[in-house]
Design a protein around this ligand. Structure first.
Ligand SMILES: Cc1cc2nc3c(=O)[nH]c(=O)nc-3n(C[C@H](O)[C@H](O)[C@H](O)COP(=O)(O)OP(=O)(O)OC[C@H]3O[C@@H](n4cnc5c(N)ncnc54)[C@H](O)[C@@H]3O)c2cc1C
Length: 396
């Protein structure tokens, strides 16, 4: 341990207090925060920062529906509420913009029955969103033709909690902050091959060995493969990669406009006026990185909903994998029999809104603190129970 005295579990003889595996949004926040807490940290990525699912183009930060409130929704709400402050610190430190804006979201309502249901969530939003953010039912969108009136004949839900961030810019800012911090070492193009938590040693892809006190496994979809054997479940029962495709359209729209969302279609104006469109959700796929007709169909839908995009050129098509654990919720916990192995993955479609808080939880495990309320459904026993059930079903 290099500085600070209040660190419970740290073995002062080890080379690194923390080895963070994976330079996605979760791994980067974790390394960044570990450095801030005075932990000597090594962040490795088998490729480079942002090479995984985090290096995409969309960046929607949308809350769960304010109904049937539970620990997961509370965790996400607190994370979304706190994010602007965390981003401001990061931007001040690095002088880099993360492209964040609490722009809100507008979502067309399908029919009058749905409108009644959506209106029913009003008191829930007031209660759970602390009266700070609004959930409104409007007869038309606050922005003309966003979406086009014919797609919103029953009105729209408009919320002021949703936000957007530029995934590549926030990763660039985190990487910059990590490079600026003398407590953190970043090594790209070097992967974790295996680790042995009992002797606190990791073998890396160049066959070098690293001694660590704690290891945080934030290797995206590869995380399941590292931990499933110790949990005695098949990897695919614990979690799966879900492919997604997205695109950026060249446009010059007002970056304060809300996210337009309709049944899996996200249309997001980013800081530079360009528009991100996403995302497909594919369980079966041959090539995780290719784009195809499914993306073209999505772009066509976006143009129908948002006529401002009718002639906008496609600047980039992108595909990546989202890690999704069997429990569908984020997976953040220490391993049952190894408190120095922390698993942090499976943010699935909400990762960018909760990664900084998952990182807090990882650091609390390392420092043996307990500040953050973590829903049971995020913990290994809950995911494991579902994984075992899944494995049994597969045997039948
Ligand atoms: C099309 C699409 C759109 C999306 N849109 C949104 C959105 O709007 N909002 C949102 O919140 N989320 C969104 N997501 C989901 C989100 O991007 C992912 O859930 C998230 O990026 C996962 O982050 P991560 O840090 O867990 O993993 P990753 O970003 O996948 O990072 C894991 C890293 O680990 C590295 N790695 C893997 N194995 C090893 C190893 N053995 N050793 C060292 N390094 C290793 C990889 O190279 C990678 O860089 C989207 C995803 C996709 C595909």
């Amino acid at each position: 341990m290099s500085s600070g005295d209040n660190v419970g579990f740290i073995d002062r003889q080890t080379e690194f207090d923390v080895l963070v595996v994976g330079g996605g949004i979760i791994g980067c926040w974790t390394a960044y925060k570990a450095g801030k807490r005075g932990l000597k940290t090594l962040l490795i990525d088998q490729d480079e920062v942002g090479a995984g699912g985090s290096g995409g183009v969309l960046g929607a930060l949308m809350p769960h529906m304010p109904e049937r409130w539970d620990g997961k929704k509370q965790f996400q709400f607190e994370a979304l509420h706190a994010l602007p402050e965390e981003i401001k610190l990061l931007e001040d430190e690095t002088s880099l913009s993360c492209g964040y804006n609490r722009c809100g979201r507008v979502a067309p309502i399908m029919n009058d029955t749905k409108r009644g249901q959506m209106a029913g969530h009003l008191p829930n939003a007031e209660k759970h969103w602390l009266g700070v953010y609004e959930w409104k039912i409007l007869n038309k969108s606050p922005i003309d033709n966003w979406p086009i009136a014919s797609k919103a004949e029953h009105g729209v839900v408009y919320d002021t909690l949703s936000a957007r961030v530029n995934p590549r810019r926030i990763l660039a800012a985190l990487k910059q902050a990590i490079l600026q911090d003398s407590m953190i070492t970043l090594r790209e193009n070097i992967g974790l091959l295996k680790y042995d938590e009992t002797v606190c040693r990791a073998t890396l892809s160049d066959l070098s060995e690293i001694k660590f006190s704690h290891i945080v496994l934030a290797a995206g979809t590869n995380t399941f493969g590292f931990v499933a054997p110790s949990l005695s479940v098949p990897v695919l029962a614990l979690g799966k990669p879900i492919k997604g495709q997205a695109a950026i359209l060249k446009a010059d729209l007002d970056p304060t406009w809300p996210i337009m969302f309709d049944m899996g279609l996200y249309v997001i104006v980013h800081k530079d006026g360009h528009v991100a469109i996403g995302s497909t959700s594919e369980i079966e796929f041959d090539d995780p990185m290719s784009t195809d007709q499914q993306l073209e169909t999505l772009i066509k839908r976006a143009r129908e909903f948002c006529p401002q995009l009718k002639d906008a050129d496609v600047m980039e098509r992108w595909a990546g994998l989202r890690p999704r654990a069997i429990g569908r919720d984020p997976l953040i916990d220490h391993m049952p029999k190894a408190k120095n192995v922390i698993v942090a993955t499976s943010g699935f479609k909400i990762t960018f809104g909760v990664a900084h808080k998952m990182a807090d939880v990882a650091i609390e495990h390392i420092l043996d603190e307990k500040r953050t309320e973590v829903p049971e459904s995020f913990r290994i026993p809950a995911h494991l129970a579902k994984a075992r059930k899944q494995a049994r079903r597969a045997e039948i």
